[in-house]
Ligand binder design. Structure first.
Ligand SMILES: NC(=O)c1ccc[n+]([C@@H]2O[C@H](COP(=O)([O-])OP(=O)(O)OC[C@H]3O[C@@H](n4cnc5c(N)ncnc54)[C@H](OP(=O)(O)O)[C@@H]3O)[C@@H](O)[C@H]2O)c1
Length: 324
């Protein structure tokens, strides 16, 4: 594994991290989930990305991760970097959603219990909720860190016009933002264009989610929607309507370049994100150990020639294939 410092901090992350949004909930196979976490850890993927609402059912990914930790990796806690987040709908009533101090602090306490942890390595505000002043949300993160419930603070999906304010408040409190988490892939250039430089200028690391556009950048949708894939599952977040002919066509063209490079399309898509020096890590999601192995193979070829970069850019510089 290759490790990289997060922005201007002293902490390193593996350039590939494992996310537990899908495939680790109570509806999923616990033994496969266990194998994926253990395999990831053994391969040096020591960063695991969670959130209060991951499942389904919400909360069950954290409970399952806690069980896996206890059963398989209990003596390795200090070798791991574990995150959680709060801000999306989680429990009934007005306090179970949003980015208020009430939601973040109650949620962090719940998440620690579910995971069986004393502290998270990083705790994020999962989103700007459109209402709560960022001063309130950032102060909750600062207090979570000061209470020892998390070692570092992070923000996720904050729009560019609020990013600077978040960094300033956190910096002023001497709890600098360790990581800014954004959706980013070859089919999803918005954050790269709008958010990355603000994060980098403020010394925050950048960690990308959905780097394979939820599976689109693997070629699995080349001939329709296969059974068992995320777009086919009722609990999957990728909608069949997002698997458009334009996107599939672009992926087929990209696959030809990947083949020349001796890589799978998934590996090339991950390497492409990591080709941006501002990026600390990519959070991958996998539904099997073989997918995890494929993605780990990215490490065998991370460099691009200028010609390859230009060829890739000519395919992906097409707004018709971008996610909103
Ligand atoms: N901050 C936020 O708001 C936020 C939002 C979303 C995600 N995240 C984080 O980012 C993580 C990753 O997101 P993601 O799951 O959308 O990432 P992704 O890597 O874009 O998509 C993962 C899915 O792609 C398919 N896949 C992965 N590798 C494959 C391979 N080698 N060959 C074939 N198919 C492959 C699998 O889908 P199938 O089920 O089809 O096999 C897998 O579940 C999440 O777990 C979470 O931790 C954060």
């Amino acid at each position: 594994m290759i490790y990289k410092y997060c922005g201007h901090s002293g902490v390193q992350l593996p350039i590939l991290s494992l996310g537990l949004w899908h495939n680790f909930g109570s509806v999923d196979d616990f033994s496969v989930a266990t194998q994926m976490v253990v395999k990831a850890f053994d391969a040096g993927i020591v960063h695991f990305d969670l959130a209060n609402n991951y499942g389904p059912v919400p909360g069950s990914a954290e409970s399952n991760f806690g069980r896996i930790l206890k059963n398989e990796l209990a003596s390795h806690r200090d070798e791991m970097f574990i995150s959680s987040k709060a801000g999306h709908d989680m429990w009934p009533g007005v306090y179970g959603d949003g980015s208020s101090r009430k939601n973040l602090i109650a949620s962090c306490n719940q998440s620690l219990k579910r995971c069986g942890l004393e502290y998270f390595d990083i705790f994020y505000s999962h989103r700007y909720d459109g209402v709560t002043p960022v001063e309130e949300t950032m102060q909750a993160l600062i207090d979570i860190v000061r209470q020892g419930k998390a070692l570092y603070a992070g923000i996720s999906k904050y729009p560019p016009h609020l990013q600077q304010k978040c960094y300033d408040i956190l910096k002023e409190a001497k709890v600098p933002c360790l990581l800014s988490q954004y959706r980013s892939s070859m089919l999803d250039p918005a954050a790269k264009n709008k958010n990355f430089q603000i994060a980098a200028d403020n010394g925050s690391g950048i960690i990308c989610f959905s780097p394979l556009a939820q599976g689109l950048l693997t070629g699995k949708y080349d001939n329709g929607i296969p059974e068992g894939s995320r777009a086919a599952r009722s609990t999957g977040f990728l909608q069949a309507s997002q698997v458009t002919p334009e996107r599939v066509e672009a992926v087929k063209k990209l696959a030809l370049i990947a083949k020349r490079r001796g890589q799978s399309i998934a590996q090339m898509a991950l390497a492409w994100i990591l080709d941006d020096e501002r990026v600390t890590s990519c959070i991958i999601g996998t539904s099997s150990v073989s997918q995890l192995e494929d993605n780990i193979g990215t490490l065998n070829n991370l460099s691009f020639s200028e010609e390859e970069r230009m060829e890739i850019n000519s395919i992906i510089s097409n707004p018709a294939i971008w996610f909103e």
